[in-house]
Design a protein around this ligand. Structure first.
Ligand SMILES: Nc1ncnc2c1ncn2[C@@H]1O[C@H](COP(=O)(O)OP(=O)(O)OP(=O)(O)O)[C@@H](O)[C@H]1O
Length: 230
């Protein structure tokens, strides 16, 4: 299988005296149908690496390849289009639009992509919410949902455009253990049943233990990669 995302000798530093190094000479490749956890102590560069993988930031050195294509030459709009069409993001805080219903929040990325008629978009959003056990809650605004429900809406929104890659930054950081376990199951399902690559930055040992590949970082570098046999 060919990689969805590869990084080759990637570094990210911030200018200054001395410069601040967030990520140092990282190379890795992310395969489809695989759940990857990025772990390590606070400040070791996990989120910075995730932002590079998700084309939310650019490396100061090295290359990020999406489906084998070097992303370095791409400008903002082209990068945004790849993110919208092929990546889904789930953060610690759900970032749902408060004035929109759950259904409208899930419809949003599909409307932005503009590839389907509105009726189809609405039906797909409803089906995604039903898949998350939220079929009855689609007309509710985020303030009328629980924390776990909001995060499930955020996951439905993240996969609305059928992304090849789902990126999570502490997606269970705000959830109790029951809701965390549910999110972990969903992430495993996105990888193993739906064939997506899932990359998740986490401090949560249960999330890390559920992953197929654990990447441990220290001081901006990969310290160890362990692969769990399936
Ligand atoms: N814009 C910035 N300016 C200065 N320093 C920054 C900036 N962004 C990140 N850093 C520093 O870079 C390092 C890596 O940050 P990063 O958020 O990637 O770490 P992390 O492993 O995800 O941490 P945590 O687990 O606490 O979220 C940290 O020391 C952080 O303080």
């Amino acid at each position: 299988m060919s990689a969805i995302i590869e990084v080759e000798g990637v570094s990210r530093s911030l200018p200054g005296t001395p410069p601040v190094t967030l990520v140092a000479d990282v190379s890795l490749s992310i395969q489809p149908a695989t759940f990857v956890a990025i772990v390590g102590p606070s400040g070791c560069g996990k989120s910075s690496l995730l932002y590079l993988l998700g084309l939310l930031d650019r490396p100061t050195k090295g290359h990020v390849l999406f489906n084998g294509q070097d992303m370095n030459p791409l400008r903002g709009d082209a990068r945004a289009q790849i993110r919208l069409a092929s990546f889904g993001f789930v953060f610690q805080f759900h970032f749902l639009l408060p004035e929109f219903t759950a259904l409208e929040n899930v419809m949003l990325p599909m409307r932005r992509l503009g590839k389907r008629p509105l009726g189809e978009i609405r039906a797909k959003a409803q089906a995604l919410l039903e898949g998350m056990g939220l079929g009855e809650k689609s007309a509710k605004t985020p303030d009328r949902l629980s924390g776990g429900e909001r995060q499930r809406v955020a996951i439905a929104r993240a996969i609305a455009n059928d992304p090849a890659l789902v990126l999570g930054d502490e997606p269970t950081g705000n959830l109790d253990s029951q809701n965390s376990a549910r999110v972990v199951d969903m992430f495993r399902n996105l990888a193993h049943e739906q064939g997506r690559a899932v990359v998740c930055v986490t401090h949560d040992p249960d999330v890390a233990a559920a992953a197929d590949v654990q990447i441990s970082m220290l001081d901006g570098r990969i310290k160890e990669t362990s692969v769990r046999p399936r």
